[in-house]
Design a protein around this ligand. Structure first.
Ligand code: ADE
Length: 243
């Protein structure tokens, strides 16, 4: 997977992504991250890439030309046109299923806006997907791009040490993950649930499924409608819904 990030702050995204699990995946060449500085495509000697908005109003807007130049510098090296994601609070809310969809692509371009946004004409020409990471307004698209790249990267085979773990975690089957414990067996007077020490695999699985249902009912009841449950499980969920 090749991520191409069009941004005014290349060091911000590269520094953020170079560390930890994503950084390791980059050195193992499981994925590539390239930050393209939109300012390198400024069309004036002052290297300015923003200007006032027609019609008046507060703030500056990123100009179409430099954004298009940065985009073209990426696609001219590719065989086919990749999806171009514009990070914006006006986009569709990012989700695990979107991450799974994007993880199938060979190349992805992320366009990070700043100031009050980007001239509409270049968005019309290059953007294929408008994506928001939630209903709040950030100062730019860099953090949202990093959030998306993190969520997509961990789905790429080999990026996580334990490939099966992505199958059993929060949002798989729309259920939240069950509580987990490690040593010591007792901490601050709290004991690890007895069943987890029993070594009885089937009972442990049953307990985990119940805990996932209880937790989802308590913390994210909105997710429950999408969960397939037996009648008994539905009863259990109902018991915890109102508490
Ligand atoms: N840019 C500014 N705010 C944003 C958000 N919530 N999601 C994606 N991009 C943004």
């Amino acid at each position: 997977m090749n991520f191409h990030i069009l941004t005014l702050f290349p060091e911000m995204v590269m520094d953020g992504l170079n560390t930890s699990i994503i950084g390791r995946a980059m050195s193992k060449e499981l994925l590539n991250v390239e930050a393209v500085n939109i300012r390198d495509f400024a069309e004036n000697k002052h290297n300015r890439v923003d200007d006032y908005t027609y019609g008046g109003g507060a703030g500056m807007l990123m100009q179409a030309g430099p954004v298009f130049g940065a985009y073209r510098s990426v696609v001219e090296n590719l065989k086919s046109k990749p999806r171009v994601i514009y990070l914006s609070p006006q986009g569709q809310t990012f989700s695990q299923s979107m991450a799974e969809e994007f993880a199938k692509e060979e190349d992805l371009i992320f366009l990070c806006g700043h100031y009050e946004g980007i001239d509409e004409r270049v968005l019309e020409e290059i953007v294929t997907d408008y994506v928001s990471i939630g209903d709040y307004v950030l100062t730019g698209g860099e953090l949202p791009a990093m959030v998306m790249i993190d969520a997509i990267s961990r789905l790429i085979p080999g990026v996580l040490h334990n490939d099966v773990s992505t199958e059993f975690e929060s949002f798989q089957d729309n259920l939240l993950e069950y509580p987990q414990y490690t040593r010591p067996e007792e901490w601050h007077g709290k004991k690890v649930p007895e069943i987890l020490l029993s070594g009885h695999h089937a009972n442990v699985e049953k307990w985990r499924r119940e805990q996932s249902i209880i937790r989802t009912a308590q913390r994210r009841p909105d997710l429950l409608e999408k969960v397939e449950m037996s009648d008994k499980e539905k009863e259990l969920a109902k018991k915890y819904l109102s508490t």
